[in-house]
Design a protein around this ligand. Structure first.
Ligand code: PEP
Ligand code: MN
Length: 341
């Protein structure tokens, strides 16, 4: 039910007009006259009222403001589905008691390097290999990724290690080639509001990691998830990866508030990427621990055997030895909050 708060100065005629308008749309109006305020409780399936319609009501004569009880995101909301969504991918799941870790380099560089990294992260307990074949780089002159060759390398590494593959899509035109190789498709921060891309990945049933945009609010992230779900794909994993703030000491500001806020508003699993969130490898361990303590359902961590030589994001990549040590520490944190790694 939505609530329309009326102005003190509302006339009887204006009130009748609002009630008639609501009834015309198939709702019942429960007018409640208080000593301070008169409000209308709108009875019926108000989830069908679009934001535009609600805004039109808000500007009608006699209306002070509108409280929407139903969130503008529907399929993604807890109101729609109260129990946590668990997304199963091969032998692992995201959203359950066990916390999966997605690890690997920023970009796929070559087969031997990726295989090395994959073996290391698997031994340490990671359950997914990540690596971009299509890279959204700030400069067009830096390494853009290997394209389909990178996807083939990922598939080869999956064959050798059994680790399912998480890789990024940047362009709806690449959907067929990505579907051929990926187990989970990543929509990166820069494309969080690429609505055509969201609709494209929404019309297939591959799980999607949806990363929060650089300047996106939590509501905008959930509306982006809604775009995917509205096409029929409910397998959306939300990812907090840091946002732009005035702070320059770190690459981004990792918004760990987003974890419990998203878990309250939505039934979808929420993972955290402390590598992009902080931008410095030394901060990855503390922020990973904090993410799990805050209730994250998974982590995405960049790992590289030779970060100094990495073709992208070396400065925020952990060496395997550090990743292994972190995974051990994370077990204790997970246990403390009733989870497992
Ligand atoms: C990445 O995962 O390598 C990446 C580019 O992430 P983001 O979209 O969060 O910047
Ligand atoms: Mn990266």
């Amino acid at each position: 039910m939505d609530i329309i708060v009326l102005k003190k100065s509302i006339t009887a005629k204006e009130l009748r007009h609002i009630v008639k308008k609501l009834e015309g749309k198939g709702f019942r109006a429960n007018v409640s006259k208080g000593t301070e305020r008169t409000v209308i409780g709108v009875i019926g399936d108000t989830s069908k009222i679009t934001e535009d319609e609600a805004n039109a009501f808000a500007t009608m004569p006699g209306v002070d403001k509108i409280h929407r009880i139903i969130q503008p995101f529907r399929l993604a909301s807890r109101d729609f589905k109260s129990n946590d969504t668990v997304i199963r991918i091969g032998k692992t799941a995201i959203g359950g008691k066990k916390i999966p870790v997605i690890a690997g380099p920023c970009a796929v560089e070559n087969l031997p390097a990726l295989l090395d990294i994959a073996k290391e992260v698997k031994k340490a307990g990671a359950t997914f290999i990540r690596g971009g074949a299509f890279k959204p780089r700030t400069s067009p002159y830096t390494f853009q990724g290997l394209g389909e060759e990178g996807l083939e390398i990922l598939a080869e590494v999956r064959k050798k290690t059994g680790l399912p593959v998480v890789t990024e899509i940047m362009d709806p035109r690449d959907i067929d080639v990505i579907l051929k190789y990926a187990d989970v498709i990543q929509v990166g921060a820069r494309n969080m509001q690429n609505f055509r891309l969201l609709q494209e990945v929404g019309s297939h049933d591959k799980p999607i990691v949806l990363k929060r945009g650089l300047s996106a609010t939590i509501k905008e992230l959930l509306m982006a998830a809604e775009y995917i779900m509205a096409q029929g794909n409910n397998k959306v994993i939300l990812c907090e990866r840091g946002i732009r703030t005035f702070e320059t000491a770190t690459r981004n500001t990792l918004d760990l508030n987003a974890v419990p806020v998203l878990k309250r508003l939505s039934h979808l699993p929420v993972i955290v990427d402390p590598s992009h969130g902080a931008g410095q490898w030394k901060l990855v361990a503390p922020m990973s621990k904090a993410a799990i303590a805050a209730g994250a359902d998974g982590l995405m961590i960049e790992v590289h055997t030779n970060p100094e030589e990495a073709l992208s994001d070396g400065e925020q990549s952990l060496k395997p030895v550090k990743f292994r040590a972190l995974m051990k520490e994370l077990k204790a944190v997970a246990k403390a909050v009733g989870r497992e790694i």
